[in-house]
Design a protein around this ligand. Sequence first.
Ligand code: ADP
Ligand code: MG
Length: 369
Amino acid sequence: MLMQQTRKVLVGHTSWDNEPVMFPVRYYGNTLILARARYGKTTIAKIIACAVSEFRPLIIIAPYFDTDDWYGLKYLNRNAEYKKCIPFLKCINNFSIKLSRFKDYSDWVSLGFPDVASQLITQFAKIKKLHNDDPEIFAEFLVKLPKTDKELENFNITFAKYNINLPSRIADATHQSINLRFNLVKHLFWFPKDERHSVDDFGKIVALNPHVLIDLEEDNEYKSRAYVGIILKDIKEYLKQLQPLLIIDEADKVAPDVRDLIYYPSSLNEIMEYKNKYQRLGVNMILCTQDPGLLFHDLKINPDFIITGQIETQMPGLSRELLDKIYYDPDKNIRNFMLLNENRSYTIFKPLKCPCMLRSLKEVWDGKL
Ligand SMILES: Nc1ncnc2c1ncn2[C@@H]1O[C@H](COP(=O)(O)OP(=O)(O)O)[C@@H](O)[C@H]1O
Ligand SMILES: [Mg+2]
């Protein structure tokens, strides 16, 4: 695959003399879009998405739906200066993921299981024959985890046929935390008779469609972290072939500023891999957040570009003095952003009127790839 050249896309006009402001889309790179809620972060990302869709596949992940409307990308905003929308955007929602796909320790950390509980449950969840991807059957199994030496013996005999052999009984506290936690999250997994469509491979979806929007719908951050971890793992092997622009909205929810390595959720592990390793396969990643203070610290170090509105921020390189130059008045529909380049020169601009609709009807996915 040929290295793509940097393409520049129009995102707005300078606030003082109305000159066009171009955002450079590199073959690879990473960009942060920062501003408080309702400032227009998602709208800017949509302006970029519309322009980029002409020359690169898009993968958009909306992990935490609030009032944003990514579905509007499919429909043209007739009043826009730059007319463009993405009719071939595949919108994935109303889906669930099977239990046996949660194979890694960090998948269970994502779901809020403590350390030892995550280690234990990781071994069992991936044994599909044990539960047939039915969370109720798995819940019954978890109750049977042995708390005494006597129980341990019976347990190992009963489950030997699944190659399960526990070396020792488990502590009462672990037994309790596994069972309590699983009961709280079991509705997040696909279950028999589930009306949500189960997705066995997000890689196939992104390979088969020109552009994909994955909408997680609920505002449940455990689900967001665990699901986004699996989504990013699935699409990894298609990156080289697709060279997509990956946009993750509300990124602090899936890349939180966790300090202790053993508590990194799978989504954070993957996002860091994308930034440090997979980027050079040809992924350009845009992360949006209204709260950079909550975003994982390493993601704030040297992003290629920052697009920011006025926000109380702990971003290195964004001084109070700079931020004070940005003017915002939502009542008059005035919103200025600052584009910081990698040499940290800056341009203050007003964004384009969104080329696509700001709001539109959400269509429910039919489960077809
Ligand atoms: N470029 C724009 N042109 C017109 N209206 C905008 C623009 N950007 C934002 N808005 C308005 O502000 C609202 C919030 O924008 P949004 O992009 O959802 O903000 P955020 O993602 O920062 O919370 C939009 O629904 C729209 O009404
Ligand atoms: Mg938003």
